[in-house]
Ligand binder design. Structure first.
Ligand code: C5P
Length: 225
């Protein structure tokens, strides 16, 4: 798939989890592997785009494609900073990271000691990277978000699409065995604001990534971008 449909375009992709520090040795994180985001970065690069990949902590090898520039970050706030810098120049943004919604209000300077039988950590809301970029989005910029819902999947995903100003949203199916977090395969539904939808069926994350990028091309062409 050496198509160059996105030659001359700049893209930004977020991937992986974020880690939110509790103290020097502990953090709040999640099970995102970053595979979906890395595969999308790879597919965009194969299509000729210049890609900034903003990745939380993952065990993945850095992508080898010369069109991909990797920025490794740890927390949501770091991810936002790198994204805001790169977004000005971007034509496409794909927000595939599993960003922690909350972070500890205070980070202890020393390792927290074991004390009473229970303890509490106060959390505060993290910035929403997708929504922040969505607020700054220019008419020529194309944005894709993800949603993982456990109920009222489509309605919730569409609400998210509108709220965060996405051009389309990729809904991860939780009902399919082998889909989503930690797997090499995924099963998705793409929803546009106009109510169009596409279902991928269960495929490798690499194939899904090409599906998504193909949809980006098609939709951008429709919107004359
Ligand atoms: O609201 P929710 O977390 O379900 O939205 C998911 C979408 O928003 C994903 O595209 C995710 O990458 C993005 N997101 C983000 N920053 C956050 C939370 C979610 O960019 N703090």
């Amino acid at each position: 798939a050496q198509k160059q449909k996105l030659k001359g375009k700049k893209a930004i992709v977020t991937a992986g989890p974020t880690y939110e520090a509790i103290d020097p040795v502990r953090f709040i994180g999640n099970h995102s592997t970053g595979k979906m985001g890395y595969a999308i970065a790879e597919a965009l690069a194969q299509y000729g785009a210049e890609v900034v990949l903003v990745s939380g902590p993952t065990a993945l090898m850095p992508p080898k494609h010369p069109n991909i520039e990797l920025f490794k970050v740890t927390s949501a706030r770091e991810m936002l900073e790198v994204c805001m810098d790169a977004f000005h120049e971007a034509d496409i943004a794909v927000l595939a990271a599993a960003v922690a919604d909350y972070r500890p209000k205070e980070v202890a300077v020393q390792k927290i000691k074991k004390q009473s039988d229970s303890m509490q950590i106060e959390l505060v809301k993290n910035p929403d990277i997708a929504a922040t970029l969505g607020q700054h989005k220019k008419p020529y910029q194309f944005m894709v978000g993800f949603a993982l819902e456990t109920e009222n999947e489509k309605a919730n995903a569409l609400q998210k699409l509108k709220k965060k100003n996405f051009d389309f949203i990729v809904l991860n199916s939780l009902n399919d065995e082998g889909a989503g977090f930690g797997h090499d395969t995924n099963s998705i539904t793409i929803l546009t604001a106009e109510g169009e939808s596409y279902q991928s069926g269960l495929k490798s994350k690499k194939e899904i990534a090409y599906d998504i990028v193909e949809h980006i091309c098609r939709q951008m062409q429709k919107q004359a971008l």
